[in-house]
Write a protein that binds this ligand. Structure first.
Ligand code: 5GP
Ligand code: MN
Length: 338
């Protein structure tokens, strides 16, 4: 974050403001962790702050301190709209173009608030007056910690905030193992533990909440996995019928895509998940090494993200999507097998 933007942010929040804090649609641990941490911080500083999420969060994030105060644009529609209309400042966290907030996009586009972006995804759009974008950061949560550090205010981190920030770093780094995990990440995490983050309990609340039906759905997904050794690629499909059969709950497919990468020799893993209600397939892409799933998702599946983790969607049915996907692979054979 450059000096000018730090100065502008300090000035902006030096007097009491009405603030909306926005995570992306289908929020993950980093989106909810970062928005709630910032929410606690700004509330404690005397601002009137509200987190407005485009839709609901998965159950395994509901324990987070402040989660019960989040407005859900789908469910609390009129309160959410009022909040967006009244906001003098809008923080957008863990995403970097306004298309990532579903039905909320048009309300953000017409807002006259001062926009502040805090995000670590590639190719940020140009909508924020104050921008803190760093694609080398492990997570938006780590950036929220750094932001508070730039404001010379690390002592203001409460145990609640430490728990929120820890959660997002943990989930976005695959429990501190992905490439973006740096020595700084570990220093931040160490400080968060000193400030009250309950590391073991957080891990338990996020990862040890399986229902029998989720494990059965995982079994179905693994059974459906197709391995294309020639392209060092593995993909999974889950149809709406399969999701229904295993009583799919929001968040149940989190992490499934990573299993492909645990196969020896596989460097590109994909999961295609049918959503009949929205008439799309939601797609997650993961890679190890230099193959950029961000570029792949942008070029072919209306998405984006990071080099090794990205998302996108398809408007075609499963069969046509898979045919299209596999037809693309020969073009990438060199990169995939380098
Ligand atoms: P996931 O596959 O877990 O949904 O997302 C992986 C990464 O890609 C996350 O950082 C997420 O924010 C990003 N991402 C997921 N879906 C999309 C999308 O449709 N568009 C863009 N630009 N990024 C996405
Ligand atoms: Mn993130």
């Amino acid at each position: 974050m450059n000096f000018q933007h730090i100065k502008a942010l300090k000035e902006l929040i030096s007097s009491q403001k009405t603030i909306a804090i926005i995570p992306h649609k289908n929020p993950d641990g980093d989106a909810i962790g970062s928005t709630l941490a910032l929410w606690h911080y700004l509330q404690n500083k005397g601002h009137k702050a509200t987190v407005v999420a485009p839709n609901d969060s998965p159950k395994f994030l509901k324990w987070m301190p402040g989660a019960e105060k989040i407005l859900n644009f789908e469910k609390d529609n009129s309160a959410s709209k009022t909040c967006l209309e009244e906001a003098e400042v809008i923080f957008t966290l863990d995403f970097n173009h306004l298309g990532r907030v579903g039905q909320m996009t048009e309300y953000l586009e017409k807002s006259t608030a001062v926009f502040v972006m805090v995000d670590h995804h590639q190719q940020p759009a140009d909508y924020a007056r104050i921008m803190y974008s760093d694609v080398n950061m492990s997570s938006t949560c780590e950036m929220v910690y750094e932001l508070i550090s730039y404001l010379d205010d690390l002592d203001a981190i409460t145990p609640e905030m430490a728990n929120c920030i820890y959660t997002g770093i943990m989930t976005d780094t695959g429990s501190f193992k992905f490439k973006a995990t740096t020595s700084n990440t570990h220093r931040v995490v160490a400080d968060l533990m000193d400030k009250g983050a309950e590391n073991t309990a957080i891990h338990h609340r996020i990862y040890d909440t399986n229902s029998p039906s989720r494990l059965h759905l995982l079994g179905c997904a693994l059974n459906n996995m197709v391995i294309l050794q020639e392209y060092r690629t593995a993909y999974i499909t889950l149809s709406q019928e399969e999701l229904d059969r295993f009583n799919y709950q929001k968040g149940d497919t989190e992490g499934f895509v990573n299993y492909g990468l645990t196969l020896e020799g596989i460097c590109f893993a994909v999961i295609f998940i049918e959503n009949k209600e929205e008439g799309i397939l939601k797609i997650s892409f993961r890679s190890v090494g230099d193959f950029s799933v961000n570029d792949f998702a942008r070029a072919h599946f209306q998405g984006g993200g990071h080099t090794n983790a990205a998302g996108g969607k398809s408007d075609m049915n499963i069969t046509d999507t898979i045919n299209y996907f596999t037809s693309l692979l020969p073009t990438y054979k060199k990169e995939l097998t380098a």
